[in-house]
Design a protein around this ligand. Structure first.
Ligand code: SF4
Length: 318
């Protein structure tokens, strides 16, 4: 395993996606978006569970097979070659390096790494109902960790959602490293409130209510409940409708500052975004422009206005 660059956010990854020749046929599945773009921002920690389990490279391909209520992982040509226990043993322990990760990118369709819809064979016929054995253990050990598959990262909305979750989870881990207290938690909530609104307005209100009615909860319990609700809320893909609502909320801070022409221009851009004529980056850029002239501390501190590095251009395609 490589030593990750400490200045970048750490992300776990299926080794073959980085170009490591660890696949059953001795090949790889290098992903150019990951190795060309994401490596500029993230430090990847590669891991191949099948190599770690001692299956060797090259090796016979394996697949998930259902027998009664059990799901096993066996050789494609040699079904009596059962590697289930080896793979489960690799997946079970919470490894030191996994605790510091802010996300994980898994190889789709793999009986070890696949996050969802992995083929499970029953009486020779496949159905896409499985989860890779390593992925299963990982997600059980770290239920709040942002996890995604490389195939789904091609969708601009899923890509933006995953990367946004990674940055938020990274800030959450930072908060705890520095020593979490109630004030810091309230500040964290305030800075992310508009992001939560853009994902799900009711659940954002529920999260706000949890923060407002925490009296009978200790700090640890509050933080754990908050984290679970927040990461579950963030899995809802932000919709155009919710973004419009959020943009209009933020626009409200400018109502006493802008003249009628500027107000109309901003409203038109939000309306064009609502209709899908413009990407999200356009109204956000105009808002940033106005808030540079008329600063507002609450909005300036909100991560909604800059959820991830602008050079990633993730708001240009949603
Ligand atoms: S086990 Fe995972 S990392 Fe290893 S080759 Fe298969 S998909 Fe890639």
């Amino acid at each position: 395993m490589e030593n990750p660059d400490c200045s970048k956010i750490k992300i776990g990854i299926s080794s073959c996606l980085l170009g490591e020749e660890v696949r059953f046929d001795g090949g790889h599945k290098k992903n150019s978006y990951i190795t060309g773009v994401l490596t500029q921002y993230f430090s990847f920690v590669p891991f191949c569970p099948e190599v770690e389990a001692g299956l060797g490279t090259p090796r016979e391909p394996i697949r998930l097979m259902q027998e009664g209520g059990d799901i096993k992982c066996v050789g494609v040509k040699t079904p009596e070659w059962d590697v289930t226990e080896q793979l489960v043993a690799v997946a079970k322990p919470k490894r030191d390096w996994q605790h510091t990760l802010c996300g994980y990118i898994l190889k789709k369709d793999s009986p070890s790494c696949g996050m969802e819809r992995v083929k499970v064979y029953r009486k020779g016929a496949p159905n896409r109902s499985g989860v890779g054995l390593y992925a299963q253990g990982l997600m059980k050990n770290f239920p709040h960790l942002p996890v995604e598959e490389e195939g789904r990262l091609q969708d601009p909305h899923l890509r933006e959602n995953f990367i946004q979750r990674v940055y938020i989870y990274n800030r959450w881990l930072d908060l705890h490293e520095k020593g979490c207290n109630l004030r810091a938690l309230q500040d964290f909530h305030a800075r992310h409130k508009y992001i939560f609104m853009s994902h799900n307005q009711q659940r954002a209100r529920d999260l706000g209510a949890l923060m407002a009615n925490h009296d009978c909860l200790g700090l640890d319990t509050l933080a754990q409940r908050y984290l679970a609700s927040m990461m579950s809320l963030l899995k809802n893909i932000a919709t155009r409708k919710n973004h419009v609502n959020t943009l209009q909320h933020i626009q409200g801070y400018l109502k006493t500052h802008l003249d009628n022409d500027d107000k109309d221009e901003l409203s038109e851009m939000i309306a064009d975004y609502r209709q899908g004529l413009l990407p999200l980056i356009v109204p956000i850029t105009l808002l940033r422009h106005h808030f540079r002239k008329f600063p507002n501390e609450y909005v300036d501190h909100s991560f909604y206005m800059a959820p991830h590095p602008g050079e990633m251009m993730l708001l240009n395609n949603i």
